[in-house]
Design a binder for this molecule. Structure first.
Ligand SMILES: Nc1ncnc2c1ncn2[C@@H]1O[C@H](COP(=O)(O)OP(=O)(O)OP(=O)(O)O)[C@@H](O)[C@H]1O
Ligand SMILES: O=P(O)(O)OC[C@H]1O[C@H](OP(=O)(O)OP(=O)(O)O)[C@H](O)[C@@H]1O
Ligand SMILES: [Mg+2]
Length: 288
């Protein structure tokens, strides 16, 4: 049975559960459940604090887990990302009251408050900046107002939390993060995972299927044979589009996957070259 760690709270928890559900896995019904077995898929899910997931996975007791790239790095655990999942996207930045610091060098001698001590301490050391780091569990934006630190380093998505606290970012982004599937570093190479490997690969294919289904739509249209080359250039598909003859001579029907974000522009371009009956349909699941 494959053992998988899933975030039980916070920004990662909802989208992770939704993605697993879309991939056909049973998920917990109540937020208080700590583990569930999905017998049909031979998988056991453990609902853990996002911050702890890399530690469990690196211990080898759990096969894989979903966590944030930043949390993985902050933990220093012996685990590596194997599939980016595209949600909980954020950047990790320094911020302070306007005028406090213009760049990294201005941090010397200052105190930085953060929930990601591992990332910040390493970044400062790597850049040769001598600043102290104070660990706080959350709501670090308030640390400056209350005099605990002059600067913070925190997750930024829309920037609303910083604006509300009267803070602004400075320096280069420390890192970019998103949800990732992780496994123990070198797990494949050790051979210890031989038994679970096919299940891990199946799990990754299922999640990849969800990602593709979310980012692509299926496009169908009819066009004249003379326009086919131009039309195919607009809709090359993943391998190559399916082209079938129509009953009306001189016309073909074309079917190809296209990125959802570009679907409207592609439909306009197809129309302009004479394609008709252009339609898109959602993809619910797929295996590439
Ligand atoms: N507002 C946000 N937008 C996008 N991603 C976020 C946001 N806040 C945190 N994250 C990401 O979520 C992960 C942190 O999850 P975690 O559950 O520890 O924090 P949280 O969402 O801040 O929850 P809480 O603070 O309630 O415990 C990190 O990978 C982080 O980059
Ligand atoms: O740029 P924004 O869109 O405002 O998002 C970033 C904020 O979201 C998270 O906070 P959360 O609400 O999880 O509270 P926390 O600080 O207690 O973790 C994060 O720690 C930032 O404070
Ligand atoms: Mg938080």
């Amino acid at each position: 049975m494959l053992r998988i760690a899933v975030p039980n709270k916070g920004s990662l928890s909802g989208p992770a559960g939704e993605m697993l559900h879309e991939a056909g896995y049973q998920q917990r019904r109540e937020a208080k459940e700590l583990r569930i077995v999905d017998p049909e898929n031979e998988v056991e899910f453990f609902y853990l604090r996002p911050r702890d997931i890399a530690i469990y996975v690196s211990s080898g007791k759990l096969d894989i887990g979903i966590t944030g790239r930043d949390l993985l790095i902050d933990s220093g655990a012996n685990a590596e990302p194997i599939l980016p999942l595209g949600f909980a996207r954020s950047t990790f930045r320094f911020a302070g009251k306007p005028g406090t610091a213009a760049g990294l060098a201005d941090l010397a001698g200052k105190t930085v408050a953060t929930s990601y001590e591992g990332i910040v301490a390493k970044y400062l050391a790597d850049h040769g900046v001598d600043a102290s780091v104070v660990h706080l569990d959350g709501a670090v934006e308030t640390a400056i107002e209350l005099g605990v630190a002059e600067v913070i380093a925190d997750v930024v998505e829309t920037g609303t939390s910083l604006r509300n606290a009267g803070l602004e970012v400075f320096g280069d982004p420390i890192m970019k993060s998103e949800a990732v599937v992780i496994r123990r570093t070198g797990a494949e190479a050790t051979g210890a995972t031989e038994e679970t490997e096919p299940k891990v690969q199946q799990f990754l294919r299922r999640l990849q299927g969800v990602l593709v289904a979310r980012t692509y739509v299926m496009m169908d249209y009819d066009c004249r044979v003379e326009q086919l080359e131009k039309a195919v250039a607009l809709t090359p598909g993943l391998e190559s589009p399916t082209v079938s003859p129509l009953h009306n001579e001189g016309w073909v029907a074309v079917r190809a996957m296209v990125p959802s974000k570009e679907a409207q522009r592609i439909m306009d371009d197809l129309y302009d070259i004479g394609a008709r009956a252009i339609l898109t349909t959602a993809i619910h699941a797929c295996r590439l």
